[in-house]
Structure formats: structure tokens, C-alpha cells
Design a protein around this ligand. Structure first.
Ligand SMILES: [Fe+2]
Ligand SMILES: [Fe+2]
Length: 389
């Protein structure tokens, strides 16, 4: 993401916070109270600056998700959940768009819309108010949305949430409880949709990114792990933690230079040493995760261990690898092999199954290899894969 993209996301977040702040003042002060006027001014100024620099700004409310100019804002979706609900169910608002040329008096109309509602005819409401640079739209009926749309949104929301966690680590900021709650909420949504439509596992896991490989790979490993765990009959609470393990398993790769991750040739000794440290580093980062369930930390540490006790990091001979790490291990290899990388083409799922079969009892737990094969056999028939990028 470029610096200007980061700034524009930050601005969109802040403007939304100003909007909710303005609405909150309505419960505390009269419409012409200095406090309300100040909140209107603050919102107007922030909007005018944004519109000057970036053109229009649209916020969409989709159930419990907030989308700003086509970017999901996971943290604000969570923090302002109740506000989003009131907008959609009581105020009749599903979208609000601000256009360049916005006049300060139009903020009064925005205030009235968000505090009093706009009824079933947004266009009529806007025309009566003579708001030329503000557009309001009705909420989308939740039942019109398919499970696949909800799941894809949660997929991209997870990418965003992971990107934020990585940015905090890079900036040496402490990881917050909120960042993990956001990721857990999105993982729950993915999980619910996968349980309702198992075929989503392979369809979602076929979303790949060459440029942001590790982020997309992490969400794919979460999706595949959930799919495998569901086939094993794990309860929903455990599946959520299995998903979190997948999301965070490669967090330690943040310390591996991008050139090494993308290198088309064999890694040299130093590069390989850096690569082999990522499970330890990931576990270390996750051990400092606030209010943590320990499973993601264990999965991060153990996901490159092999069934036969080899692999890395090196541990003593009687080390017992956690069953969820074994599962993540297979999900990891499955996603890596079905992805295109600088040094290899993407393989079809059936070819990957052949490799896993060859390695059953060596690299992988044979019982879990059988579950992967069952997943590919049953879900492939149900959900043909998209071509992977
Ligand atoms: Fe890894
Ligand atoms: Fe991985």
C-alpha cells in the first residue's frame, strides 16, 4: 500500500469518527448548541480536505460492516457496530456519499438524516433538503446477500486486519486486543459461511495474490484449516481458534526480507537461516498477544515440524506436535502448492493430493492426509475452482 493510500484510509476512518461524534452530540446537546456547531465544523473541515485531495467519499453500511470507498474498515465496523445497525434499521440509511463542492450548510442535512432518519424515499428526502453534494441510499436487505458475498467480504476484511497487525509490528507499536478481536470476528464470519456452504473452502482458497503472497496465503490457510477441522467434526469454538491459528501462522515472516520470500532461486545459507526462524519469531510475537488463546502461538511455532519429527524448529525427540499444528501444516502445504510463486507454477489440487499421499507418514499425519483427499474429492464436485492468479 502506498503512503497516500494509507493516509486516505486514515482520513476516511477519522471522518467517520467525526460523523459518529456529531450524531452523539445530538443526544447530549440542542442542535444549535456550541458543542454541536463545533462538531459540525470539525466534520465539514475534514470532509472538505478529503474531497479536495481524493474526490468523492462513500460510506456503505452492510450489516455489521463499514466500507469506505470500497475498503472495509474492520476496526470501525466493530467499534461502531451499534451505530451501523441504527443507521440501517431505524434511519433508513445504507450509504452516504459526499461530493466535492460540499457546502458547510449541507452538514445540517447530514446531521438531520443521521439523527432523525430519511424514510423510504432517499431521493425525495434529499430533493426537499436541496442537498446537491450529499447522496443517501437505502440499506441493502440483508437477505439479498448470498453467503458467498458475506464470506468474500470477511476474506478481504481479514487481509486488511492482518495488514494492520503487520503494520503495528513494523512500526514497533504494541499489538492491541482490538486488532485480534477484529480478526476473530472476521474469522467467525468465515467459519459460519463455510459451515453453511462447505464448497466455499476451495473457492475462497483459490483467491491468490502474487504480490501480497503471505497475507493471502495466511487467510487461505485459515480457510483450509477450518474446512479440514469441520470435516473432522470439531466443534465451532475450536474451529474458530483453528482459523485464528491459520491466520497468524506465518506472522514471523514479517522479519524475512521480501526478496527472500520472492526469490526465484534456491536460498543461500543466510537466507535459509532467516526463513527457518519465522516459526520462533511468530510464536514470540504471539506470546505477547493480549488476552491470548495460546493455540495460534503453538501453531506458529510448530507448523513446519514434520510428522516424523524432522522439520524445523529443531526440538527434542519426545516433542508431541499439537494436532491442530499438524492440520495447519497440511493446509499450509496445500495452499503453497496450489499457488504460483516466483520459482514454480501453481499445481492443481489433485496433483497436490498425490504429493501429500507420497509423504503420508513421513512429512504428514496419514489420517489428516486422508481428510485433505476427502475435502478435495467432495468439495471439488460441489464447487469448481476458479483459475488461480
Ligand atoms: Fe511458515
Ligand atoms: Fe505458511
Amino acid at each position: 500500500m502506498t503512503d497516500s493510500a494509507v493516509t486516505s484510509v486514515e482520513q476516511m476512518r477519522l471522518i467517520f469518527t467525526h460523523l459518529t461524534g456529531l450524531v452523539r452530540t445530538a443526544g447530549l446537546y440542542q442542535a444549535n448548541h456550541p458543542q454541536t456547531r463545533r462538531a459540525k465544523e470539525v466534520l465539514y473541515r475534514a470532509l472538505a480536505t478529503f474531497l479536495d485531495a481524493h474526490g468523492k467519499l462513500t460510506y456503505r453500511f452492510l450489516g455489521d460492516l463499514l466500507i469506505a470507498n470500497d475498503r472495509i474498515l474492520p476496526r470501525e465496523s466493530l467499534v461502531y457496530r451499534q451505530f451501523l445497525d441504527v443507521c440501517q434499521t431505524e434511519r433508513g440509511i445504507g450509504t452516504v456519499t459526499f461530493q466535492p463542492g460540499l457546502e458547510e450548510r449541507e452538514i445540517d442535512g447530514v446531521f438531520d438524516a443521521f439523527t432523525g432518519g430519511i424514510g423510504p424515499d432517499p431521493a425525495g428526502w434529499l430533493a426537499r433538503r436541496r442537498l446537491a453534494h450529499v447522496a443517501l441510499g437505502s440499506p441493502v436487505e440483508p437477505q439479498r446477500e448470498s453467503g458467498e458475498v458475506v464470506a468474500r467480504r470477511a476474506y478481504y476484511g481479514s487481509i486488511e486486519a492482518l495488514r494492520e497487525i503487520e503494520a503495528s509490528i513494523r512500526n514497533r507499536e504494541p499489538l492491541t486486543m482490538e486488532q485480534f478481536t477484529t480478526l476473530r470476528t472476521l474469522t467467525s464470519t468465515l467459519l459460519e459461511q463455510i459451515l453453511a456452504t462447505p464448497g466455499l473452502v476451495l473457492r475462497l482458497a483459490s483467491i491468490k495474490s502474487y504480490d501480497e503472497y503471505t497475507l493471502y496465503h495466511s487467510v487461505n490457510v485459515a480457510v483450509i484449516s477450518i474446512g479440514l477441522g469441520a470435516l473432522l467434526g470439531l466443534p465451532q469454538d475450536s474451529l474458530r481458534e483453528v482459523g485464528m491459528g491459520g491466520m497468524l501462522h506465518d506472522l514471523g515472516k514479517i522479519a524475512v526480507p521480501l526478496e527472500v520470500i520472492r526469490k526465484p532461486d534456491l536460498l543461500d545459507e543466510g537466507e535459509w537461516r532467516a526463513m527457518r526462524r519465522h516459526p520462533i519469531l511468530g510464536a514470540d510475537l504471539l506470546s505477547r498477544m493480549p488476552g491470548a488463546n495460546r493455540l495460534p502461538m503453538i501453531v506458529a511455532f510448530e507448523h513446519h515440524m514434520r510428522f516424523d519429527g524432522k522439520g524445523y524448529p529443531f526440538v527434542r525427540g519426545d516433542w508431541l506436535q499439537h494436532p491442530v499444528s499438524r492440520l495447519a501444516c497440511l493446509a499450509d502445504v496445500f495452499d503453497a502448492m496450489t499457488s504460483r510463486r516466483a520459482y514454480k507454477k501453481a499445481l492443481p489440487a489433485e496433483a497436490v493430493c498425490g504429493y501429500l499421499r507420497d509423504e503420508a507418514g513421513k512429512a504428514f499425519d496419514p489420517r489428516l492426509v486422508a481428510v485433505v483427499e476427502r475435502m478435495v474429492r467432495t468439495l471439488r464436485a460441489e464447487a469448481p475452482l476458479e483459475a488461480s492468479a
